[in-house]
Write a protein that binds this ligand. Structure first.
Ligand code: WTA
Length: 651
């Protein structure tokens, strides 16, 4: 993608294929006619308060709100004056119906051990852990860090926090001790919940050791709770560290949910932005619950007899919204798998689909590309006939991967929902509705009811059909982030500072003549590596903190599996780079940020290409990283020989 100075973006992808849902699917779909969608969409646009107010009756309230929507972006409030609790939406209200004995979570560990928690079981364990948190001194409004493997205790801990109004901050297990400490400090977390480890490709990921290291720099944390998962040796610090099972043993199995304001902070989730410091995206209770509940129902067409599986890790927003809160609010059966897709072999996911008769399967393009590489024989070994709907999220899905997903996994029978959304949006924003939208491979199609997007130039004017530009939202929606934790100013300037009156979080897109949206990727300095957002700045500051490094520039380059790979250009204070130093710098980045940010390529340069005002010309570096001949304007380049030098180094 190239961006012109006016901010419109040249779009190159042309895709003409179109796949309409089959009549059998449409007949049973939660939204089953185009007219119904149009009516909902127009109503939501013209009368958001009326539209969302009616839907909010599907939530269970302690006290009804005074107003549905108040204020304008950036500072909107939803359901002000209402009293609510997220755990009640996910648990209590299902216990008074037949769903009491329905499977809420079907879990399988990587070694093959399994657990099924019925709604009643989940309720009991959530209440117990809520009481545990209280006994550790956690109060309504406190923050709790969860650094855990994909085990049921993670969902239990989330809902327990929600029950007592503690705000959870989940940190993905691929982040390092330093990253945990940074997040603990930013959130001033009081308690950390972790495990002795988790299973990944037959090995133990030692989470507790990382937490121990982070504790040296986490003064706010008073207690650590440790789930015994792998049985591996861990050090328990007296009076600070406690075993989950010990604490649970004595905990009462009832815990009244706290009646919280609609806008009470439900969770913080740190995500990368275009500056170094991670952003603590804050979501609140009522609007987030409504958004995730309704979108789960509309987009995944959830039915009571479905087994629904989202393969994401709960450490990312997809797991928050579409493993835990959205499905459970609907009383659905949600599956959780702990480990890697290629353990013990490349057929594991398909084995799980067959074993549990999964009906709805939601994964990421990076995973799909890996499946393609591993070969059709793996899905071919298993019975995938239970599948009725497939989903994709995390990055634009390339049309060939879409076609493979459709043909090999969906067996040309299942609609595919390509869902565009972000940590910040809380819930799916642009996506096909599986019963009605004719899909075009690579397009996330049309906005859901309540979502009013546009594609604009830098000056805010709308672009024409098939003209690329910046993807913005013109109206607020209930599940949008409310602030960046502890930095409201940064929230306002990051998301509302670019385009007057609109929300903008960094994606370029175009709309075709049928009104379908095609997201073209990020326009800021954020990489999308295997569906995970990473800031180039953050990786650069990690590199520069190494004593030998003078300067670093990090750019993405096209990567077959990961979508984008991480390429680092490094100039040293003295001496030449060598393989040894590459290893050292790689380890250094992993220590600072975590395995998730492991560089794919590190290249040494005597100097980096800069403008006369000293700004690194990343676009040139992107071309170099991708091995392209640059067509970029180099007239502002301070020293033209630098670029030549970089290209020669490649040979
Ligand atoms: C990208 C993940 C195209 C996009 C839910 C967005 C997508 C970023 C899609 C958010 C999609 C996500 N098509 N691009 N279907 N889904 N993206 O915050 O660049 O981890 O801004 O949220 O992923 O990533 P995040």
């Amino acid at each position: 993608m190239s961006q012109s100075s006016a901010g419109s973006i040249e779009s190159v992808l042309q895709e003409g294929r179109k796949f309409a849902p089959r009549a059998e699917f449409t007949a049973r779909a939660n939204i089953s006619s185009e007219a119904e969608y149009e009516k909902m969409w127009n109503r939501a646009k013209d009368d958001p308060a009326g539209f969302w107010g009616e839907l909010a009756e599907n939530l269970t309230w302690f006290k009804k709100y005074d107003s549905v929507l108040s204020g304008n972006m950036p500072d909107t409030k939803w359901f002000n004056g209402g009293k609510i609790n997220a755990s009640v939406q996910c648990l209590d209200r299902h216990l008074t119906s037949w769903r009491k004995n329905k499977a809420a979570i079907i879990w399988e560990g990587e070694p093959g051990d399994t657990r099924v928690l019925r709604y009643q079981d989940l309720y009991r364990e959530v209440c117990q852990f809520a009481n545990v948190l209280k006994s550790l001194g956690v109060k309504t409004g406190d923050r709790v860090t969860l650094y855990m493997p994909m085990i049921p205790e993670l969902a239990i801990a989330m809902l327990a926090c929600a029950r007592i109004g503690a705000t959870h901050s989940i940190i993905f297990g691929g982040f390092s001790a330093d990253a945990i400490a940074d997040r603990n400090n930013d959130a001033k977390a009081k308690v950390v919940v972790t495990a002795d480890g988790g299973w990944r490709r037959g090995k133990v990921v030692s989470l507790k050791a990382a937490v121990d290291e982070s504790m040296e720099r986490s003064p706010s944390v008073e207690k650590v709770v440790v789930v015994r998962r792998t049985g591996s040796d861990v050090t328990m610090t007296p009076d600070r560290d406690f075993w989950w099972h010990d604490l649970m043993q004595d905990a009462d199995t009832d815990c009244d949910p706290v009646e919280l304001d609609s806008e009470h902070p439900l969770f913080i989730l740190y995500t990368s932005g275009s500056t170094g410091k991670p952003k603590g995206v804050l979501h609140t209770t009522a609007g987030y619950m409504l958004g995730t509940m309704m979108t789960s129902k509309w987009v995944f067409d959830l039915k009571d007899d479905d087994t629904y599986w989202c393969t994401a890790d709960i450490g990312w927003v997809t797991g928050h919204s579409y493993i835990v809160y959205g499905p459970l609010a609907n009383g659905a059966t949600t599956m959780m798998y702990e480990g890697a897709p290629n353990w013990p072999d490349e057929g594991r996911f398909w084995n799980l689909v067959e074993k549990y008769k999964v009906n709805i399967f939601y994964t990421a393009p990076t995973a799909i590309r890996a499946f393609i590489k591993w070969g059709d024989q793996w899905p071919g070994k298993y019975d995938l006939s239970s599948l009725r709907l497939l989903g994709s999220v995390g990055e634009p899905i390339n049309p060939e991967a879409w076609m493979w997903y459709h043909r090999v996994i969906g067996q040309e029978r299942c609609p595919i929902v390509d869902t565009w959304w972000q940590t910040e949006t809380g819930a799916i924003m642009i996506s096909p509705l599986p019963g009605i939208t004719a899909a075009k491979p690579g397009s996330c199609t049309k906005p859901l009811p309540g979502v009013v997007p546009d594609i604009v130039r830098k000056d805010g004017t709308s672009v024409g059909a098939n003209e690329g530009g910046l993807l913005v939202m013109k109206q607020p929606w209930p599940s949008m982030l409310r602030t960046l934790y502890g930095d409201h100013e940064r929230f306002v300037s990051t998301y509302f500072g670019d385009i007057e009156g609109c929300y903008f979080a960094g994606d370029g897109a175009r709309k075709d003549s049928d009104g379908y949206y095609w997201v073209m990727g990020r326009v800021d300095d954020v990489l999308n590596v295997a569906g995970h957002r990473l800031s180039t700045m953050e990786i650069e500051s990690a590199l520069v903190s190494h004593p030998n490094v003078a300067e670093a520039a990090v750019v993405g380059f096209p990567h077959d599996l990961k979508g984008e790979g991480i390429c680092c250009f490094v100039s040293l204070k003295s001496g030449d780079g060598n393989d040894e130093l590459i290893k050292e710098l790689t380890a250094h980045v992993r220590k600072q940020i975590g395995a998730v940010a492991t560089p794919d390529v590190i290249r040494f340069a005597t100097a980096l290409p800069k403008t006369r005002s000293g700004k690194i010309m990343r676009r040139l570096l992107r071309d170099v990283a991708a091995g392209r001949v640059s067509t970029q304007d180099t007239t502002t380049l301070e020293d033209l020989t630098v670029l030549e030098k970089l290209r020669q180094d490649e040979d």
